[in-house]
Design a protein. Structure first.
Length: 254
């Protein structure tokens, strides 16, 4: 091989080696996708490829107003992808259309079903976990209650069980929780107005298979009620929940 050709080959090899990490990082960057639903509406979603795939995916269902770009959801997605999970986070169709949830969440259950099917269709994915935030947790519970054989676990984030101050009028029964039929955890703030801790513990105690309850500081979005604009404190609270979520997701696929 002549010297000019050898030099050129060495330069090309060096250039390829330098670019490979950038290409790999680009491939793992979250990307926008659309989820087809049975009724023909497309859900706006973001897909996070796993850093080192472990054969499982997590579908994160948002709250009524707490959409997929807010801190609890984005932080959870990034951490879970680092842990080896493929992650799908999405927005409800009613949120994108600036509307309201359907009665008894019938449409949302069907749309979550589509998101779960999308995750199951990913190459290399054998197990799927659902994590729901606020009404997303209610939808996840309902979906698992009617069809859970394709789920490895269900995480209920900021689980809303009553209106603020109306502790005697629960939105959820022990039977609703028992119907989930899969490993489950409840992750809440210690001052969530929609989930009084004493009421939550009493509710879970009445179930046949009590779920672990993980509590972090904060209200329904894990903000400090007295320091709602303190983003650093909110981030610390969210980290507690995200660490617990990642732990349970790992355990559920063992």
């Amino acid at each position: 091989m002549s010297r000019p050709i050898l030099v050129g080959a060495l330069l090309l090899t060096t250039l390829v080696a330098a670019l490979l990490p950038a290409f790999a990082e680009q491939d793992l960057a979250p990307r926008s996708v659309e989820i087809e639903t049975a009724r023909g509406v497309k859900l706006k979603a973001m897909y996070h490829a796993a850093q080192s795939p472990n054969g499982a995916a997590v579908v994160i269902a948002p709250g009524q107003g707490y959409h997929m770009e807010l801190p609890l959801i984005t932080t959870s997605a990034a951490r879970l992808a680092d842990e080896g999970f493929a992650v799908l986070r999405f927005d409800w169709a009613f949120f994108s259309a600036k509307g309201a949830p359907s009665q008894e969440f019938a449409t949302e259950v069907a749309d979550l079903d589509a998101a779960i099917a999308w995750a199951h269709a990913l190459e290399g994915v054998e197990k799927v976990i659902v994590a729901g935030k606020s009404i997303g947790s209610l939808v996840a519970m309902k979906r698992a209650g009617s069809k859970h054989d394709d789920l490895s676990g269900v995480a209920l984030l900021t689980f809303p069980i009553h209106n603020p101050g109306a502790l005697e009028k629960l939105w959820v029964t022990p039977d609703d929780i028992d119907k989930v039929g899969r490993p489950m955890s409840v992750l809440v703030g210690d001052r969530d107005p929609l989930c009084d801790l004493g009421t939550l513990y009493a509710l879970i105690a009445k179930t046949k298979t009590p779920a672990p309850i993980i509590v972090a500081p904060g209200e329904h979005s894990f903000r400090d009620p007295e320091n709602k604009n303190d983003k650093a404190r909110t981030a610390e609270n969210i980290d507690v929940i995200v660490n617990a979520l990642a732990l349970y997701c790992r355990r559920w696929i063992e």
